[in-house]
Design a protein around this ligand. Structure first.
Ligand SMILES: [Zn+2]
Length: 62
């Protein structure tokens, strides 16, 4: 039984763009990495803590 990886939030430090990344598996997936790059600034967005609204989003949008 594989462990379901937890989604996490990333935020661009330059423009403030945020997105929720939902890892498909425990393995490192290049598609997950591309989601961490800001579409505007082309910078890697560091992880930030999720607030309650983000957690609700991950529940409703699976
Ligand atoms: Zn940005």
């Amino acid at each position: 039984m594989p462990i379901q990886p937890k989604p996490y939030k990333v935020k661009c430090e330059k423009c403030g763009h945020t997105t929720i990344v939902r890892p498909r598996s425990d393995c490192l997936d290049p598609r997950d990495l591309t989601k961490q790059i800001c579409p505007t600034c082309k910078l890697v967005m560091p992880r930030v803590p999720m607030n309650i609204f983000d957690k609700l989003t991950t529940i409703f949008y699976k």
